[in-house]
Write a protein that binds this ligand. Structure first.
Ligand code: NAD
Length: 216
């Protein structure tokens, strides 16, 4: 099976669980050991599911297992999951849309450095271009192709107004950027070789409402 075929079969839920495991491991000291049962209790996931996730993703998971019964070494497991998620290296990120949300992400977004390094912020509105936030100057969206040809840009966060979100995303994808985080409520379309994640507050509220109704 080719790597791309393997990737196709990995569900979004599984990737969400990997990020959850990482967050859970951060609460422990690197030298600690944790079993799938302990992790399961903390996260509300079955130990069997955790073991299945580890064995299907981590080919050499046994190297993280300590003395029998102790579980997995926290540092070893953490590094393996980081490796799978590709966050054991610096990923260069741009923000497209320097309005309230774009600036909030830049200034207060709590984006994890050096995993995600914001290297540029762009806008379409002339009056915003040239202003500086957190040492980063707002550039024109039309400069994205040039900047992407000069340095590696791994992903773009789209925080433009919905009415121009598709237009600016087209510029981003035509510049060779292959990963998009869409913060607008527009169902942005991207070419097949580009991955996109949507963070839509309304959709999240709908999901939450389902769980609320189910719990009643
Ligand atoms: N996913 C989330 O959690 C979340 C939260 C807040 C906002 N949003 C969305 O993010 C986007 C940005 O929100 P914001 O509060 O930063 O908006 P904003 O109006 O402060 O700025 C957005 C950008 O759009 C441009 N713009 C503004 N009005 C425009 C118009 N009429 N035509 C063309 N361009 C225009 C501006 O240049 C600005 O950079 C919106 O689509 C909003 O719905 C998402």
């Amino acid at each position: 099976m080719k790597t791309s075929e393997k990737k196709e079969k990995i569900s979004r839920k599984t990737i969400q669980r990997l990020t959850m495991y990482l967050k859970c491991l951060e609460k422990f000291s690197p030298d600690d050991y944790i079993s799938s049962e302990e992790m399961g209790v903390l996260l509300g996931v079955t130990a069997a599911q955790i073991r299945k996730d580890f064995s299907s993703f981590i080919t050499n998971i046994e190297t993280c297992i300590g003395i029998r019964g102790k579980g997995y070494n926290v540092k070893c497991l953490y590094e393996m999951i980081e490796n799978i998620l590709g966050i054991n290296k610096q990923n260069n990120v741009i923000i497209v849309g320097a309005g309230k949300l774009g600036n909030a992400i830049l200034l207060e977004g709590d984006i994890e450095k050096p995993r995600f390094n914001i290297v540029g912020i762009f806008d379409i509105t002339k009056s915003r271009i040239g202003k500086e936030y957190k040492g980063i100057k707002i550039s024109s969206v039309s400069d994205i192709p040039k900047i992407a040809s000069e340095q590696r840009i791994d992903m773009a966060i789209i925080t433009e107004n919905k009415s121009i979100a598709q237009q600016v995303t087209d510029i981003v994808t035509q510049s060779g950027i292959k990963a998009i985080l869409n913060m607008t409520s527009l169902e942005i379309k991207v070419p097949r070789d580009v991955v996109i994640e949507h963070i839509d507050l309304n959709r999240k509220l709908q999901e939450l409402n389902y769980w609320k109704e189910k719990a009643e």
